[in-house]
Ligand binder design. Sequence first.
Ligand code: HEC
Ligand code: HEC
Ligand code: HEC
Length: 280
Amino acid sequence: MKIKMVVAVALLMPLVSVWSVVTKAEEEVTLTPPPDSIAQWYKPQNKRQVWLHTMFRLRRSMQAIQEYTILQDERLLDKWGSQFIKDYRTITEMVPEWGDEVEPKWINRLELVIQNREWEKMGGALRKVAMTCSSCHDDYRAVTAALYRSPDFGKVMVEDSETLEELPYKDAMKNLSISMNSFKIAVEDRRFSAATAHLETLSTRIMDLGKGCSECHRDEIPRERIVGLETELLLGELSALVELNPGGVGRKLGKVGVVVCARCHSVHRTLSDLRGLLEP
Ligand code: HEC
Ligand code: HEC
Ligand code: HEC
């Protein structure tokens, strides 16, 4: 499966004269998801994130080979060299479809260089292997992380404490946005009691959302930063402004938008959208 995204690249030309133009070049970016067989090396199919840990080991043992080459320590070079070579060869055992992504001849060469203690050739031999790391990473790393390691909000529900309904995240989000706009519209049109009611709904919905953070987060810090005391105070201040100084509502509400919505969206929504685009 291939996913194509058209990225409009706006080339903003320097404003040399009034006649200068803004050109738009269209460039197609192809994002290819990894073969499905990689799923068995990630949660939930596996108990551990096996693929990722194999990768961390590859980087570590590669570094160890470099360090023990400098020290010319044969015993430790053999230890890390064989670990590295073994892990590298498991790449295609784990994901057979990636046969073309690795170069057996370069890993075989590295093996010989290690066996023969050709210290001066080690760097070059490693670099050849490392080129295969980069080329696979360029194509697959970001996509794999988004698909297999980003939190999946598709299954998370939010309980609406007024109706006691369990809502999918997307619907809870739509409701948040609607109550935020209803509030803003009512303030602008000087319908203050309606505004106060909408603000109460908005506040309740924000706090309802906060109850669900602990489904995934064991610590309180992320929730506290986004739907904690600062947010409660802001909502209280907003409520006071409605009748006393409606002109000040816009700014304060903007602050809520940043503290609550934008902060969370920058970690959670962007990745979640990307994941949604990539998933079949
Ligand atoms: C056939 C494809 C492929 C090859 C070859 C490959 N990798 Fe990876 N690597 C991946 C994928 C896919 C990820 C993303 C995994 C994730 O984020 O869950 C990754 C992630 C990593 C990471 C984690 C990156 C980070 O900072 O979070 C490290 C480290 C890494 N690879 C090291 C290596 C090294 C070193 C080599 C070569 C010796 C290598 N990889 C070869 C596919 C490959
Ligand atoms: C479906 C699981 C899931 C839910 C639900 C969830 N998060 Fe996260 N969140 C994660 C994961 C995974 C990370 C990245 C690793 C980490 O920090 O634990 C993360 C990272 C974050 C981060 C950045 C890193 C940090 O720990 O500060 C913030 C901020 C955050 N989440 C806020 C929230 C808030 C607020 C809620 C509830 C309104 C929430 N998250 C609900 C899974 C989730
Ligand atoms: C957990 C942290 C979190 C907080 C806090 C948060 N959002 Fe979201 N928002 C998300 C995630 C995740 C999605 C993507 C949900 C999906 O598509 O399944 C999303 C999607 C949305 C969407 C798009 C819904 C659609 O139709 O696809 C809107 C609109 C939205 N959020 C509004 C808001 C507003 C307004 C606020 C602040 C009052 C807010 N969100 C606060 C995480 C958050």
